[in-house]
Write a protein that binds this ligand. Structure first.
Ligand SMILES: Cc1ncc(COP(=O)(O)O)c(C=O)c1O
Length: 184
């Protein structure tokens, strides 16, 4: 299959899978059973943005990695390093197929704060100008505030804050032109 067609189909399939999941009722008891930490007690865990709980399949995969191929990725000439590198790159391909992008577009980081700092300090620093406006909402965690405020001090662009109503919906409406906010 030519790459463009392959890309089209993988995006189409990803959307199809995601929309099917969104319309399916969640089988919560079955999902809980897959997470040892939740299966063993009645904990209701709502802090996944900070630390996500791991299902048994992930715990097993992590154990198998440490027990069999743990080594430097892309920085070793020995057999274990080769195996670890292949596993790492296979993972990149799996994630890329799942979200519908190219493997080289995937960058693994250790969390949200590191990811947003990376975007702000690479893309943001190279592209944002004094006359630009960065739009944030008052719902943001500070991992999506501080990197933009630090860059704002350097470049001098504006930051617009979108408020929420009593139902938690975003309230401001904006007009954008060529990616720029020109009217509120
Ligand atoms: C809602 C929310 N967003 C973002 C973050 C930042 O995530 P990370 O620790 O991956 O940088 C946290 C961390 O606690 C969080 O609770």
């Amino acid at each position: 299959m030519v790459p463009q067609i392959h890309r089209f189909y993988s995006r189409f399939l990803t959307k199809l899978v995601i929309s099917s999941f969104l319309t399916m009722p969640l089988d919560t008891p079955n999902i809980r059973q897959q997470f040892p930490i939740l299966a063993k007690n009645n904990t209701i865990y709502l802090d996944s943005a900070a630390t996500s709980q791991k299902p048994e399949s992930v715990i097993k995969a992590m154990n198998a990695y440490y027990e069999t191929i743990n080594a430097n990725v892309h920085r070793g000439m020995h057999e274990l390093a080769e195996k670890a590198t292949v596993a790492f790159e296979d993972c990149r391909k799996t994630v890329a197929a799942f979200i519908g992008c190219k493997p080289h577009e995937i960058i693994f980081t250790k969390g949200t704060t590191e990811s947003i700092n990376l975007v702000a300090k690479s893309w943001g620093k190279a592209n944002l100008k004094k006359e630009d406006v960065v739009v944030l909402t008052i719902l943001e965690h500070h991992s999506n505030i501080v990197p933009w405020q630090q860059l704002q001090q350097e470049i001098g662009f504006s930051i617009t804050w979108i408020d929420i109503d009593e139902d938690g919906n975003l309230t401001k409406t904006e007009t954008w032109e060529n990616g720029k906010l020109i009217e509120e």
